[in-house]
Ligand binder design. Structure first.
Ligand code: SIN
Ligand code: CO
Length: 411
């Protein structure tokens, strides 16, 4: 666990946070991200809202019971014609487009990567908000610019009444019982279901580190879908020990048991479930595949770039996950697809899964094994990893290499 994690949790140990707060109760952490201001300017956010492939929305509060929702991409004219106050611009998956925003996620490495959805950013002038509401997901709300007043209220669920006929979900009866004004660098953690209402006090930018939790319905449907690729559909219901029934219209408890058994067998293989989870959960948020480099790298070029200390990153939207033992990956998935793990490549996979940006010297060491060099070159040529323009700066990444899973393991 990085020292950064302790800082953002206000000095709390991550396991204590998980035990006492995660999915349980809100937590305000003052000055969790002291240097956050200036990481992104509000103008840059507005610029992103003009882009076709970026998911953006504007929410305008006409009155507490009259809300308007617009979907991007927007034009400069849209922004010129907005009211002075009481609107919010939302940009989804900012971490996919801005590497320094993606880097914030390294502070949240005490929660499994697959639980992370994205970092959403909001910009609002005075009075702007998305209304009192609740979310189905955990969220860390980082104040990145200006001030926002947050009020928290009751626990909600599907049965909590919402205002009717609105394009967004606004609570009918918000009952605030706590209130804080967040300054730049402050962070508020909210578990799912807590009613919350954040109102901009001035030009205000908030980053929401959002988590995902697949619905049980999705889990069932998606898993059952993969069963169709197995040969189970060729097997039929069997009742060799069928007993004579008093009424042929009856579905006997024995028949129900036989069907329950079929269902149980289908979902009782942890290996199969793990494999499916890795494939399903490593799928990217949007369909767009990573862009490969213009020209393929040769293994010799990769070796030269690593030796020359050229920084590397994971393509921001890509998801790398593995199953098996925590120190011994059995199956490695990237963006929904399994990659065959060559012999001796385990430690490199652990390293790639743990970080988002990589130290060339560490990868250089792994790549003394030809299989690792070939594997890494393959990932680079698929655009899953990419070389940055800059050289790697040791000072920027101080402590993170100290506690690596030893790269020497396999060598
Ligand atoms: C916002 O940033 O305005 C809204 C975030 C949220 O309430 O989930
Ligand atoms: Co919310």
């Amino acid at each position: 666990m990085s020292a950064k994690t302790f800082e953002i949790l206000g000095g709390r140990a991550p396991d204590a946070f998980l035990r006492d707060y995660w999915q349980k109760k809100p937590l305000l952490i003052r000055n969790a991200f002291p240097g956050i201001e200036g990481l992104l300017e509000p103008d840059e956010l507005a610029g992103l809202a003009l882009e076709e492939e970026i998911e953006s929305r504007i929410i305008i509060e006409r009155s507490p019971i009259d809300w308007e929702l617009r979907h991007g991409p927007f034009t400069e004219k849209t922004f010129k014609n907005l009211p002075q106050t009481h609107w919010t611009l939302l940009i989804q998956a900012l971490d996919h487009y801005v590497p320094q925003i993606a880097d914030l996620l390294e502070h949240f490495d005490f929660i499994p990567n697959w639980r992370i959805d994205d970092i959403m950013a909001s910009f609002a002038p005075f009075g702007g908000s998305v209304g009192p509401h609740y979310d189905y997901y955990d969220v860390f709300l980082i104040q990145a610019h200006g001030q926002r007043r947050w009020q928290l209220g009751q626990m909600c669920d599907d049965t909590t009444p919402l205002l009717p006929d609105l394009p967004i979900r606004i609570l009918r009866d918000f009952q605030p019982d706590q209130e804080w004004v967040l300054n730049p660098g402050d962070m508020l953690y909210l578990p799912p279901g807590v009613a919350h209402y954040g109102v901009a006090q001035n030009d205000c930018m908030t980053l929401s580190v959002g988590f995902r939790a697949p619905s049980e319905q999705d889990i069932l449907m998606e898993f059952v879908h993969t069963l169709f690729n197995d040969n189970v559909q060729d097997r039929r219901y069997e009742d060799k020990e069928l007993k004579l029934q008093a009424n042929p219209g009856w579905i006997s408890p024995e028949a129900v048991d036989r069907v329950a058994d079929i269902l149980r067998r289908a979902v009782s293989d942890p290996q199969k479930i793990a494999h499916w989870m890795a494939s399903y959960l490593s799928q990217t948020k949007y369909e767009q595949a990573p862009e490969p480099p213009e020209d393929d790298y040769s293994e010799a070029e990769v070796q030269d770039l690593l030796a020359g200390n050229q920084s590397l990153r994971k393509e921001e939207a890509s998801r790398l996950l593995y199953t098996g033992d925590v120190l011994r990956p059995e199956h490695f998935f990237v963006n929904g697809e399994e990659k065959e793990i060559p012999p001796l490549t385990h430690s490199m996979i652990l390293y790639l899964c743990k970080h988002r940006s990589y130290r060339p010297a560490t990868l250089d060491m792994f790549c003394r094994t030809p299989e690792n060099l070939r594997f890494l070159t393959g990932l680079l040529n698929q655009g899953i990893l990419y070389f940055e323009d800059d050289l790697y700066d040791e000072d920027e990444h101080e402590e993170e290499e100290d506690e690596e899973t030893g790269p020497a393991d396999d060598l």
